[in-house]
Design a protein around this ligand. Structure first.
Ligand SMILES: [Zn+2]
Length: 115
């Protein structure tokens, strides 16, 4: 969030979530507003081995400097098996569908338990 000593190439303000320290010598590829990252451990099943394992998931938001489009990046940094960079609209749709599927699965568990 360096708005006081902004590099000459940066013509936009940092989003409120940006933690980048933008510098004059940043390469074009590094001219990105980055959020802090979130790490969470999830339980995932290996679809081939059918074994459960804890998997570390990393999430962060970024925006190319000069753009108005934000992106949400998800990855599994420990094994590099998964990496997705989603538009905000896609991330919102994925979140909604996941929430719906969890609700459906939980309701069927409740119904099965009530029998
Ligand atoms: Zn920034």
């Amino acid at each position: 969030m360096t708005t006081t000593s902004r590099p000459t190439w940066q013509h936009d303000d940092c989003p409120t979530w940006c933690i980048s320290e933008h510098a004059e010598h940043d390469t074009v590829a590094d001219r990105v507003h980055d959020s802090s990252g979130s790490y969470l451990t999830v339980v995932a099943e290996d679809p081939v081995q059918h074994t459960e394992d804890e998997v570390l998931v990393f999430l962060a938001t970024f925006r190319k400097v000069g753009s108005t489009e934000d992106w949400i990046h998800l990855s599994t940094p420990d094994d590099g098996q998964m990496s997705l960079t989603l538009s905000l609209e896609s991330a919102a749709r994925l979140s909604r569908v996941l929430t719906e599927r969890v609700a459906i699965a939980r309701s069927s568990m409740t119904a099965a338990g009530a029998r």
